[in-house]
Design a protein around this ligand. Structure first.
Ligand code: ATP
Ligand code: MG
Length: 644
């Protein structure tokens, strides 16, 4: 590997940061300022010029994707054989616990078996564990509520005892009950020898407090670097502070307060600002943007200046003026998506599909874009979450419609056999499946077959209820939307969902159901609707490169030559349920600054039968908002059907 010309490949400020000799350093800079680049070059400099052993360097990033990218960039600079530990704090914590927990660790850590195939509890298994725990605690609380409440507490470093006594004082009985379930959950974990993602951080933080251990760790991790620091939560900060304690450690933190967008999830952006005092750190500001055209940087700057709470800094574009970012306001979501996809097609004359991203504030907005991209035969990938028809609530309701249209669809029956919960779990399905196979009949027919031997007696009645319900639905004479409404009503799906989800998740799922109803109006014939939905249901091997469809949160730190920010309407961005408009403005800022060359921002004046106005952020960014027609006609007063 040749010599790296640091001075030539970095700006003066970047060079200063990358080659900072000793002691804590804070690198501050707007999007595209080269913060992540500096982090990479700083590591290269340490290895090449400062004589630091690669294994003594630990680089912490926000996502696995960012970690992989960091490793690739380092390999390009230093060669493949120089191995640097670059990971998320979670995966660092996992490896640390594996190595250091010791034979006689106590509590969960003592029983945890990291070698087991699934030693980290997540997703459906974690939810199941909470169901069991709520039952064992004999308390009346929704498992999902308990799960999310406890997770939030853990990430804020709040212990079970503290959460309980606070909740008791505030007479918040729901949280008190969640704490009772938490106790059972811990017992369950010990029995099963598993920990969850939150425990990874908490246990690592605790273990790092042991003097014998921290000494060994310091001998090994001599240098720590942290990217996206503004979105680090309190427990994570606790870990970083132990790995590299103030005031003197070799710690580099990199971040941008203007891009802190995880306040709602407990990120402690202030810690990033306070870092200077704690560590008496030197600060280097990166005030030139190397990512975007100056037209894009101007829009971003004009917007973020509106925020009151900021850290003083400027952001100047190194690039050419480029195309002026433009705004389109369309009469409805369908047209918004069609016009957006037309623009994508124009870009594809000059760019690869993977160089185009469509960013949304709320996930339900992806549906019309998925549809138009599919129709236009443009390859795309939904990144960071399931595609619209893969989302749980949407897939559940679709399974009902599918069974109505075609009773031989066994997979659909399997999906809804126990949804909403009717105590027909995995054992019940196995019985149905076995019987259906033996008699060579569809599973739905097997369900009502007197010959089927149920593992538990009560199951026969329950399954008959379901069978009768499906038969009634099959006779239901109405359009798709009415059919789905009927399904929602007859299964009491929303009430069930309410039990299953914490409030924010519930709202998102309701939004998706509302969006599904809109799609249903567009396909009034249920069979057509099923056909339409199945086309949009991604196959497993959909890994081909394509236009990226993702949330603004998920796009943090990334860059794309061409970007569409969709759904720029009041109530969506800023979100009507947001607590902090400044955080929403930062989100819009993050969205705009993902674009390198081309930026289009779009809104519709009608989403799901409700009138909207273009987002204030468009004008605040100094963009020209075209004339638009407010929605008139009969005011839509009917409440969303997906109410509880
Ligand atoms: P964000 O806040 O969005 O994470 P960032 O500050 O981390 O942004 P980078 O991703 O490091 O910014 O850099 C943005 C882009 O600009 C990258 O493509 C990077 O390679 C390029 N870049 C940064 N500095 C320079 C430079 N001095 N010369 C050329 N290109 C640069
Ligand atoms: Mg970055």
């Amino acid at each position: 590997m040749g010599k790296i010309d640091f001075a030539a490949q970095l700006s003066a400020a970047q060079f200063r940061a990358a080659t900072h000799a000793k002691g804590p350093l804070r690198v501050v800079g707007g999007p595209g300022g080269g913060k992540t680049r500096v982090l990479t070059y700083r590591i290269a400099w340490m290895v090449r010029e400062a004589g630091i052993e690669p294994e003594n360097i630990l680089a912490l990033t926000f996502t696995n994707k960012a970690a992989t990218e960091m490793k690739e960039r380092l390999a390009a600079l230093l060669g493949d054989d120089v191995k640097i530990a670059a990971s998320t704090i979670h995966s660092w914590a996992y490896r640390f616990l594996c190595i250091y927990r010791g034979k006689n660790a106590d509590g969960i850590l003592g029983t945890w078996n990291p070698n087991a195939k699934s030693s980290i509890l997540a997703d459906a298994r974690q939810y199941f564990a909470w169901q069991q725990s709520v039952q064992a605690a004999k308390v009346d609380v929704a498992p999902a509520f308990a799960m999310h409440t406890v997770s939030r507490a853990k990430n804020n470093g709040v212990s079970r005892a503290a959460l309980r006594s606070n909740a008791a004082e505030a007479s918040d009985h729901k949280v008190v009950r969640a704490c009772d379930a938490w106790h059972e959950y811990e017992k369950w974990q010990e029995r099963m020898k598993v920990i969850d993602f939150d425990d990874l951080l908490i246990l690592a933080n605790e273990l790092l407090a042991r003097p014998d251990i921290i000494k060994k760790v310091h001998d090994y991790h001599k240098v720590v670097l942290l990217d996206e620091s503004q979105d680090t939560n309190l427990v994570q900060w606790g870990i970083v502070r132990k790995l590299a304690p103030p005031p003197k450690s070799e710690l580099t933190v990199v971040g941008d307060y203007d891009q802190s967008i995880y306040g709602w999830r407990g990120a402690a952006a202030e810690s990033f600002l306070e870092f200077v005092q704690d560590y008496r750190a030197e600060t280097v500001k990166l005030e030139t943007n190397y990512r975007s055209t100056s037209a894009i940087v101007d829009a971003a700057n004009t917007l973020i200046e509106r925020n009151g709470s900021r850290e003083e800094k400027v952001l100047e574009a190194a690039g050419k003026p480029g195309t002026v970012p433009f705004v389109r306001v369309e009469p409805d979501a369908g047209v918004e998506a069609s016009r957006g996809v037309e623009q994508v097609r124009r870009w594809l004359a000059d760019y690869e599909a993977g160089e185009v991203a469509i960013l949304v504030r709320a996930w339900w907005l992806t549906r019309s874009f998925e549809e138009r991209l599919l129709k236009g035969r443009i390859p795309y990938r939904v990144v960071g979450g399931p595609a619209f028809f893969g989302r749980r609530e949407v897939a559940d309701l679709l399974a009902y419609v599918t069974l109505v249209v075609d009773p031989t669809r066994d997979a659909a029956l399997q999906r809804i056999l126990n949804v909403p919960n009717r105590f027909l779990g995995a054992a019940a399905w196995r019985a149905v499946e076995r019987h259906a196979l033996k008699r060579e009949m569809p599973a739905l027919a097997a369900l009502s077959d007197p010959g089927l031997r149920w593992p538990k007696k009560y199951m026969r009645d329950r399954s008959m209820d379901l069978y009768v319900l499906l038969q009634r639905l099959r006779r239901f004479d109405g359009e798709t939307r009415e059919l789905i409404e009927e399904i929602l009503a007859k299964t009491r799906y929303m009430a069930w969902l309410k039990e299953e989800c914490e409030p924010e998740e519930l709202r998102q799922r309701k939004d998706n159901i509302d969006e599904m109803l809109t799609a249903a109006e567009e396909h009034p014939d249920p069979a057509d609707f099923v056909f339409y939905a199945e086309q949009l249901t991604p196959k497993k091997d959909d890994s081909e490169e394509g236009v990226v469809l993702t949330s603004i949160h998920g796009a943090k730190g990334l860059e794309f030559p061409c970007v569409i920010v969709a759904g720029c309407a009041e109530g969506i961005l800023p979100h009507e349920r947001c607590e902090d408009v400044e955080e929403e403005r930062r989100l819009a800022y993050v969205a705009i600054t993902r674009a390198e060359r081309e930026l289009m921002m779009t809104a519709a004046t009608l989403y799901r039968n409700r009138g909207y106005t273009p987002s204030r952020f468009l004008e605040e960014a100094g963009l020209e908002v075209p004339e638009w027609e407010p929605v008139t006609g009969p005011p839509e007063t009917t409440e969303s059907v997906a109410t509880v």
